[in-house]
Design a protein around this ligand. Sequence first.
Ligand SMILES: *Cc1c(COP(=O)(O)O)cnc(C)c1O
Length: 355
Amino acid sequence: MAEIKVTLTTHPKQKPQDESKLGFGTIFTDHMFLMDYEEGKGWYDPRVVPYGDFSMDPAAVVFHYGQAIFEGTKCYRREDGGLQLFRPEANIARMCNSAARMCMPELDKELALAGLKKLVEIDGDWVPHQEGTSLYIRPTMIATDAKLGVHASQHYLFYIILSPVGAYYAEGLKPVGIYVEDKYVRAVRGGVGFTKCAGNYAASILAGEIAEKKGYAQVLWLDGVEQKYVEEVGSMNMMFAYGNKIVTPALNGSILPGITRDSVLTIAKQLGYEVEEKRLAIADIFADAKSGKLTEAFGTGTAAVISPVGELCMDDEKLTIGDGNIGPVAQKLYDTLTGIQYGKLPDENGWVTKL
Ligand SMILES: *Cc1c(COP(=O)(O)O)cnc(C)c1O
């Protein structure tokens, strides 16, 4: 494996003083990891350098045709002060799946993971200490050829930046309201829904802004063909509890295969819940919530871990789920998963990498 060259900053930044005000993704650490790709040569020049601007040709393919993919994972600080990552190899593997669909090069997985670990170790003092906080890790790949023809680029840049982030739930796990989007769609059959490509998020912003104006935290996307079936929410997968049974949309190519989704389903089975992955009609969700069969709804994702949903709104019809507080299934899954991530519970699935 190529050696990772390290150039440390001579101007370390002041770290945030008040960890209760960290928010999400606005503060960046002292360093970043970079490596370059050229067709025929592969990945080369892996390096950790001071965090800073890139210089790029205005004709770079990424700016015009959006060959850009990213990932999101976190580093957690244990009670003993040590640091640990949660399933980072799953993020690297998913990034390779995104890359294949976007005609971008496969990562050297070992080198990408080594770069991620090295960067986090160098900026380890940036991992915050307060309960619920973490260091968000953002691997990214962009196409850098300066060419306006619509073709796959032959040069790419892979980089990783780090951002200390606050506890998602400053006031505990309060359920959020979600707007069921029945005009716009996020992804279609045969499209790029299963990838974390930048364009998916550009296409989602309008619906998100409209939902926000109506007072909803996020958008629930329906399938792009019939607009009848639940896909996912913003940057989270959706799950529904019917008592001790957890039901979630099956992965169908247009849903993003969340690592939190996979972890939650695994843990749920280990905790003795029944788990079912299937096609879920939104009409059935509304009917089951009204009849009381559906007891909880929640999203799963790296940023929020578990986000209980207290209200769904579709066509101005408002549906309340549960009693406005987090339900027992969501709470148990949240406690178990965060327990493993922060090293308070044993890691029986081999998900944790200690640094
Ligand atoms: C990242 C993401 C998720 C959640 O994936 P995790 O690996 O659990 O963080 C779900 N849906 C979309 C659209 C996403 O971008």
